[in-house]
Structure formats: structure tokens, C-alpha cells
Design a protein around this ligand. Structure first.
Ligand code: SF4
Length: 125
């Protein structure tokens, strides 16, 4: 396998929407991230949570952590919203929002278990 076909390491960057979004009320973020860490941690370079990736401080975090060397899975709001709301963060990091760098995962109206399954599926891509 040469470098162009080797899968990139994956990292998880959660946006918890301040922890008070009604559409994420059925998600226990601490239980979710601990389960991901324990059951899927071997497939992940690192995971991190931020309360508001679409605000300036969230974009600064993205500027520091997004890299061409990794594919970022972002469990956050609906995929289409992420396309708009995370665009500035990707831009500040100089990273394109394409399939080689980014897999959005929607946590809207999901539960701890269903988000876990979505993340598991994203890691298998
Ligand atoms: S990026 Fe989405 S999930 Fe995160 S704070 Fe903004 S609206 Fe909420």
C-alpha cells in the first residue's frame, strides 16, 4: 500500500453546542466519550470536546488542531449546518472541507447510543 492509499489517522472533535441544545438533550456526552475512548480508542488518534466550535474561540481551536495529516470526524449539529458553521474554522486552519479531511456526524435528535453507532460507522469508512 503506498502513501496515497493509506488511510489517514482519524481524530474526533465533538461540538457539544454548549451542552444545553434541546436537540442533544438525550446525549450524555461524558458517557459517550468514555465509551468511545474505551471501545474505539485504538482507532482514534485523539478526541476532544469543545462547547461551541462555531464561535471565535472554537475556530481558534480548529486553527490549531486541524491538520492535513488527519481526517477529522466532527460530531455536532446537522451535517448541512456544520457545512456553514464550521467553514470559518476550516478556513482558518487552511484545510478544505472535503472527504479527505472531514466526516461530519449529526448528533441532532440522537441519543448516546445512536451517536456512538454513527461514530463507529464513520471510523469504519
Ligand atoms: S457548530 Fe453546531 S453544534 Fe456546535 S455550537 Fe455551533 S450550532 Fe451548536
Amino acid at each position: 500500500m503506498n502513501e496515497t492509499t493509506s488511510p489517514k489517522p482519524k481524530a474526533l472533535l465533538f461540538c457539544t453546542c454548549s451542552g444545553a441544545c434541546a436537540s442533544m438533550a438525550k446525549i450524555d456526552f461524558w458517557a459517550l466519550t468514555e465509551r468511545v475512548r474505551l471501545e474505539l480508542g485504538g482507532q482514534i488518534e485523539f478526541l476532544a470536546l469543545h462547547p461551541r466550535l462555531c464561535e471565535e474561540d472554537g475556530e481558534r481551536l480548529m486553527k490549531h488542531v486541524l491538520t492535513d495529516k488527519m481526517l477529522f470526524i466532527t460530531p455536532a449539529c446537522a451535517e448541512k449546518r456544520q457545512e456553514k458553521l464550521l467553514r470559518d474554522g476550516f478556513q482558518k486552519a487552511g484545510m478544505p472541507m472535503d472527504a479527505a479531511h472531514w466526516i461530519p456526524v449529526s448528533m441532532a435528535m440522537e441519543t448516546t447510543d445512536t451517536v456512538f453507532e454513527k461514530i463507529k460507522a464513520a471510523l469504519a469508512k
